[in-house]
Design a protein around this ligand. Structure first.
Ligand SMILES: *[C@@H]1O[C@H](CO)[C@@H](O)[C@H](O)[C@H]1NC(C)=O
Length: 531
């Protein structure tokens, strides 16, 4: 009754043998590939592994593996100590990626770079894509001006310029195409248009009767100067219709296509570069843009001056996104709508700190008018109708600006009153007394020493009815009449003239400060006597 054992052992052995043979074959064959590469010298491929993997088992492709190899090898060149100078000097356009094998950001960028290389090649671009292991070849890398990882540089006839595009393969393709003299892709057939659509969710399409004339030139100028959006052109209405359904069949036509509910926007201005660029800046963002590390710079530099921010947890935002898009549609393109995940500290924290909401419990809706550097906070429940009302107020200038304030404290104890944003008006500007106000922040270097001085002064002047000592934490409290940039600051508010506080030097000795306060009190009394 032992048959199963030998059988299973046999199978096990056979499998082991098979695996052994298979693995050695793989090792030997990959060894051979490496040798080939060494013989060939400089070129290495990024896409090879993937391609070979995809094609394994297909005898047709296997037989033409050499072909695949040489094609892929041409896509990204690996520079080394010897080849770097030759490659850079010998080509009009070289886009170089300096990387380090251990660097995670390099690892993220590399497949995007390889994909961009493949796409650029397909587009017939004349830019050569090269990478250099800057750790292995530090001299060659530093001769190119590569100082960190990853670094991308474009060399035009040997002179480098910094890469300023995005980091997805598509963004690399767009940037490289524009910098190497191909700002627009010409689409010649419906089939080509359909292929293009598969790869491009966001682009600008131009329909021109002929590729010439002043309107066309303005379009090309806009395409060249806009380094972020892909532009395509066609002279066929049926081609244009694939890219932008129901295109107005009147020449010339320019439209923006995006991947969102409002996909298609037609340009209706005059054909001037500046007008086309402005149109794109106003409409390129979706109804509601989710801010990420990758797009934040682009979003925050938008020329749209009214911006509404929603800070929410991802789950809460899911329910809000559609109603918010409907609100956004009504205010487009005058108001930019942004969503920031409230849990994303890097992106959300700086804004929440500006709003004095370090630890918000719920969704926060705020707005900024960047022309006048003013912020607003929606203080009611953020329902779609309240948000709409809020936006309308923002647009018409009827919202009350938001100033940070801590909760109103009870100042019953202590010789120094704590002032907050909400009490600044009443307790400082409208109070009948003279006030010495200490403006501080929790982090400022000399604030503690100044606080001690103020406490001593308060004790010294105790009992004077018309002099109040007060302090305000300017990091958590704001008032339009309190515009201070250095901390600590000591301000003396004379009772008779609250709009012109006198700045006292925090470096003065206690004695000098006391003398100054006495002098100002006396002046105030004299003024009162005169009145
Ligand atoms: C690069 O140099 C070649 C040869 O001198 C020249 O024809 C070409 O216009 C140059 N390219 C650029 C972009 O300046």
């Amino acid at each position: 009754m032992y048959p199963p054992k030998p059988t299973s052992r046999f199978i096990f052995l056979a499998l082991t043998l098979f695996l052994f043979l298979f693995l050695s074959f793989t090792v030997i064959s990959s060894g051979a590939t490496n040798e080939d590469e060494d013989v060939e010298g400089i070129e290495e491929l990024i896409a090879l592994d993937e391609e070979v993997e995809n094609q394994e088992g297909d005898p047709h492709v296997r037989s033409s593996e050499a072909e695949v190899l040489s094609k892929a090898q041409r896509i990204v060149i690996e520079l080394n100590q010897d080849s770097t100078k030759r490659v850079i000097d010998g080509n009009e356009y070289v886009l170089v990626l300096g990387y380090a094998p251990w660097c995670p950001r390099s690892a993220e960028l590399m497949p995007q770079f390889a994909e961009a290389a493949t796409d650029l090649k397909e587009l017939g671009s004349n830019v050569l894509m090269a990478k250099i292991d800057a750790e292995r070849y530090p001299k060659a890398a530093s001769s190119l001006g590569i100082k960190g990882f990853p670094t991308m540089l474009l060399f035009v006839n040997g002179t480098s310029q910094a890469y300023t595009g995005g980091f997805s393969s598509k963004e690399i393709v767009i940037w490289a195409s524009k910098k190497t003299g191909e700002p627009v892709i010409r689409i010649r057939s419906v089939i080509q248009a359909k292929e293009f659509l598969k790869k491009h969710p966001l682009f600008v399409v131009g329909l021109f009767e002929k590729f010439g004339g002043s309107e066309y030139e303005e379009f090309i100028k806009a395409a060249t100067s806009h380094s972020e959006l892909q532009f395509v052109e066609t002279s066929e209405v049926d081609v244009a219709n694939v890219l932008f359904p129901n295109v107005q069949p009147s020449y010339p036509f320019v439209g923006l296509v995006k991947s969102e509910p409002d996909r298609y926007t037609a340009f209706e201005g005059t054909f001037k570069m500046e007008d086309i660029l402005q149109f794109l800046d106003y409409y390129k963002f979706p109804l509601v843009t989710t801010v990420t590390e990758l797009n934040s710079v682009r979003v925050f530099s938008s020329r749209i001056k009214f911006q509404v921010y929603v800070f929410a947890e991802a789950d809460d935002f899911k329910n809000l996104v559609e109603p918010l898009q409907n609100v956004a549609r009504k205010f487009k393109p005058k108001v930019l709508f942004l969503y920031i995940n409230i849990k994303d500290d890097n992106l959300a924290k700086p804004f929440l700190t500006l709003l004095g909401l370090e630890d918000p419990e719920d969704t926060v809706v705020a707005a900024f008018d960047y022309k006048i550097s003013t912020k607003y906070l929606l203080e009611s429940e953020p329902t779609p109708s309240k948000i709409e009302e809020f936006c309308s107020g923002l647009l018409h200038g009827t919202l009350a600006p938001f100033y940070k304030s801590q909760p109103v404290p009870d100042n019953k104890e202590g010789s120094i009153q704590t002032i907050v944003g909400k009490t600044f008006e009443d307790l400082i500007l409208s109070s009948p007394q003279n006030i010495l106000l200490e403006v501080h922040t929790p982090w400022c270097v000399n604030c503690e020493a100044t606080s001690k001085k103020v406490e001593k002064l308060a004790k010294h002047f105790k009992g004077l009815d018309d002099l109040i000592f007060a302090r305000i934490d300017a990091s958590a409290n704001e008032h339009p009449k309190l515009q201070i940039n250095d901390y600590p600051t000591l301000l003396f508010y004379p009772a008779h003239d609250k709009s012109n506080p006198i700045k006292l030097s925090t470096k003065s000795s206690l004695k000098d400060l006391a003398t100054l306060i006495n002098k100002n009190l006396k002046m105030d009394h004299n003024t009162k006597d005169e009145l």
